[in-house]
Design a protein around this ligand. Structure first.
Ligand code: ARG
Length: 457
């Protein structure tokens, strides 16, 4: 770092070098840094700010450095403060003095903001694709099991029968909103900071629009101070990631619960389960548990980023370097979680008998019985009371609804008739035939719509 320390009398303390270096993590931005520098050098030449021959040498040198890094032949020297300095220093080694022209009309402040936005643009595309993959898995399992019925729960108490496809389409919806959040974030990320200089702009006759076009940015930033010091696009990504992980975590919790011996609704494929080091019989849902567990990390990164930004005066402050580690970890965690969950969901073994058996013994048709009485003229509140007493009777006599005789029904209301026996689990499901309901024909339409949503994207 000696080249930026000419006003100092001594080198930085060794621990300070370690403390301030971001190279151990921001090396990941090398591709973006090279792309940004190439576009910048071309612009400088086009505007006759630097000689065209120097720009050519710079571009060539940079692309070779890219290859060196990719081939593992690049030495990341710890004394380099960050990837930007490391690449520039290597460029100097390779092409000599001309390397010194690259940083004309540029600061690391607009450089790092540009690199990070470039990184985020690709990351957002990858994230949306990974969410899409999980949605596809949810549709696959739903389509494979169109008539499977399971108990729906509220308060984790059996509530009303549901189609499994309806249940999984609920997650499809959550993920659809997640994608919309990432798409929205991509819109605001798509702005070029380069050209803002350290904070106030640059006195050179640059062409920012040209750089934006070269790098594929939709627009250039309007305010140099904002452009170098803002990281709210990172906060937006982290919030959308935290919400997506929250959704994943709810899904995970159900996989864990449903694969327990007590529920037995599903079996997780061997490829997505783990064993125990002591209990040979165990098949554990560790993958789902880790999805649930890793959610906390992503929440933490969001909180950390918000806290880092809070109270920072304009413009660039070194605190901003703290944006990267948490972000990278959140990106890695989210992408891997989404991919692993897609595989786990599409390979799930559905135990439909267990699901249906649980429906049968859980008085899930109680609401349907109340609705039956309402159709016969009873008020809903009275009907609720009648069926409540009926349930209490069943519990005491250890009977399920289908085991009751008509005369038993009639002890609770004279409105009960033979047609009460037509109420079945499937009739209950199919009766909920309003928009958003669980009726088979609704769900089959919802499935087609969901597939269309994905194929239109
Ligand atoms: N390593 C820094 C970061 O990641 C790059 C910008 C440094 N700028 C500066 N003025 N020290 O934020």
């Amino acid at each position: 770092m000696s080249h930026v320390r000419s006003r100092f009398d001594k080198p930085a303390d060794e621990l300070v070098i370690k403390y301030t270096s971001s190279l151990p993590f921001d090396w990941r931005l090398y591709r973006e840094d090279i792309r940004g520098s190439v576009a910048h050098a071309r612009m400088l030449a086009k505007q006759a700010i630097i000689p065209a021959s120097d720009a050519e040498t710079i571009v060539k040198g940079l692309s070779e450095i890219g290859q060196e890094i990719e081939a593992g032949g690049f030495t990341f020297k710890p004394e380099m403060e960050d990837i930007h300095m490391a690449i520039e220093a290597r460029l100097k080694e390779k092409i000599g003095e001309a390397a010194g022209r690259l940083h004309t009309a540029r600061s690391r402040n607009d450089q790092v903001a540009t690199d990070l936005r470039l990184y985020m643009k690709d990351t957002l595309t990858a994230t949306i694709a990974a969410v899409y993959e999980l949605q596809t898995a949810l549709l696959t399992v739903s389509e494979k099991n169109p008539d499977v019925i399971l108990p729906g729960y509220t308060h984790l108490q059996p509530a009303q029968p549901l189609l499994l496809a309806h249940h999984y389409l609920a997650y499809f919806e959550m993920l659809e909103r997640d994608k919309a959040r990432f798409t929205d974030c991509a819109e605001r990320t798509d702005v070029l900071p380069l050209g803002s200089g350290a904070l106030a702009g640059t006195p050179y006759n640059t062409d920012r629009e040209f750089v934006a076009r070269e790098l594929g940015f939709k627009s250039v930033s309007r305010n140099s101070l904002d452009a170098v010091s803002d990281r709210d696009f990172v906060v937006e990504y982290l919030s959308a990631a935290a919400i997506a992980m929250m959704h994943l975590s709810r899904l995970a919790e159900e996989l864990i619960l449903w694969s327990s011996a007590e529920f037995g609704f599903i079996e997780i494929d061997d490829a997505y389960a783990t064993g125990s080091s002591i209990m040979p019989q165990k098949k554990n849902p560790d993958v789902a548990e880790l999805g649930r567990g890793k959610t906390g990390r992503v929440y933490g990164h969001l909180t950390a980023m918000l806290t880092t930004l809070k109270g920072l005066p304009l413009a660039y402050n070194r605190d901003l370097q703290e944006d990267k580690e948490g972000l990278f970890d959140a990106v890695d965690t989210l992408l891997l979680s989404l991919k692993v969950f897609a595989g786990m969901i599409s390979s799930l073994k559905i135990k439909s008998d267990k699901m249906l058996g649980s429906v049968d013994k859980s008085y899930l048709l109680a609401t349907d019985l109340a609705d039956y009485l309402v159709k016969k003229g009873e008020t809903f509140r009275n009907a609720h009371g009648v069926v409540g007493r009926l349930v209490s009777h069943c519990l005491k006599t250890r009977k399920t609804f289908p085991e009751l005789s008509l005369s038993e029904y009639r002890e609770f209301s004279p409105l009960f008739n033979d047609d009460v026996f037509q109420i079945t689990v499937m009739s209950s499901v199919d009766s909920r035939d309003n928009p958003g309901g669980t009726a088979r024909q609704r769900v089959s339409r919802a499935l087609s719509e969901a597939k269309k949503i994905l194929s239109d994207e």
